[in-house]
Design a protein around this ligand. Structure first.
Ligand SMILES: [Zn+2]
Length: 381
């Protein structure tokens, strides 16, 4: 898009700016495979540019010296820019522009766009994302909800896509916008914050949206089967929860099929809390789905319902079938992940308030459960 052919990136300048450290050391939140696989090739390129670009922006907060090998830039004049047509670094002096593909190419010494693209997918997308570059215009889609990527070109939309297309559910931006005029977004974002969730975590899976309905702001959880759970941000409103009719799907269901244990929570905010700290989690949304879980092959559930009488009933009912953390029954001292009466999101909010160390420690206990569950399922129930 009017991008001039500028001088190659000076790798020493990349090192100086710390970009190679960011690229090579990146292990944080990634673009979900179920989302990425649904995009067309053009959309994938745009998604990577946007995600990778904003990732850098969050690390490189100030201006850096121009990365161009031809520009002796004594006063740092290259900044990060995210606009409609361009997301990347932009020099105010010589006007050279470098996007995520250019930077990854420089760090890994890659020449062709195809190689840079594949590298970006490997770096910024979850495992299971299609790594091959098929060229523009070649639409290949895949179904989500399966670790096997089914390559077929079908014209009909998945229920998930249909839901997003037919309703005005809006995607969250990946980073906060200071000057947004979108009052619904402001409303939704402040509600998420109250529940410990930042916009970046909400935006990643593409399945959390916001919605204005007659001046009421809703957070919308779009399940893989296209059903939705909507939560009004107004706690006093009589329709706080407004879900699709009939059987409601599992939220974030694709996390179940990753060949690793996955937390099973009751509500979508619980699953979102865990996902925001990089742990695989789904929410059942309805007790019906626990039965559905019984029929699923190759999944490794870790039951983590609310620690109240309803949750303990669920645990007792399924404890012979699925991995169940013992602390629900015994009280585990420092290993207590949920206090009595709490759901996962409430615990998450409580622990976040204590600070990063407390949150890390909590996460470590959860990771221990993942290891225990893995052993449990490998042994054979
Ligand atoms: Zn420059």
């Amino acid at each position: 898009m009017g991008k001039k052919d500028f001088a190659p990136i000076d790798y020493n300048k990349v090192i100086k700016a710390g970009l190679d450290k960011v690229v090579k050391g990146y292990t944080g939140v990634k673009i979900s495979a179920s989302v990425f696989n649904r995009l067309s090739q053009v959309e994938r390129v745009a998604k990577l540019k946007d995600f990778g670009g904003k990732l850098f922006a969050s690390y490189i907060k100030k201006k850096i010296s121009c990365l161009s090998s031809e520009h002796e830039d004594s006063t740092p004049s290259m900044g990060f820019y995210a606009g409609e047509s361009y997301v990347g670094f932009n020099c105010l002096g010589c006007e050279s522009k470098y996007d995520i593909f250019d930077i990854v190419g420089a760090v890994y010494h890659l020449g062709s766009f195809k190689d840079k693209y594949s590298k970006c997918v490997a770096l910024f997308c979850e495992q299971g994302s299609d790594r091959s570059f098929k060229g523009y215009g070649n639409k290949s889609y895949a179904y989500a909800g399966s670790s096997k990527v089914k390559q077929s070109s079908f014209k009909t939309l998945t229920p998930f896509e249909k839901t997003l297309k037919n309703k005005y559910y809006i995607e969250f931006p990946e980073s906060p916008e200071d000057e947004t005029q979108d009052l619904t977004l402001i409303d939704a974002a402040s509600y998420l914050k109250k529940r410990g969730i930042f916009l970046g975590s909400a935006s990643i899976g593409n399945n959390v949206r916001y919605w204005d309905y007659n001046n009421y702001t809703y957070i919308v959880f779009v399940n893989d089967d296209g059903t939705v759970c909507r939560r009004c941000v107004d706690d006093d409103y009589e329709w706080r929860w407004w879900n699709s009719k009939g059987n409601i799907g599992i939220f974030n269901e694709s996390a179940l099929y990753k060949g690793q244990p996955c937390f099973i929570c009751e509500g979508a905010f619980d699953a979102l809390s865990l996902r925001s700290i990089g742990l695989p989690a789904v929410s059942m949304n309805s007790t019906q789905n626990f039965k559905k879980l019984l029929g699923m092959d190759g999944v490794m559930p870790i039951l983590l319902p609310d620690r109240d009488s309803g949750g303990i009933t669920i645990l007792n009912k399924f404890k012979d079938k699925f991995f169940t953390p013992e602390f629900y029954f015994e009280g585990f001292g420092d290993y207590e992940i949920l206090k009595s009466g709490e759901d996962v999101n409430e615990a998450f909010v409580r622990i976040r308030k204590k600070g990063t160390d407390a949150l890390l420690e909590w996460r470590i206990h959860l990771e221990d459960l993942i290891c225990e569950a893995y052993e449990y399922y490998k042994r054979g129930k």
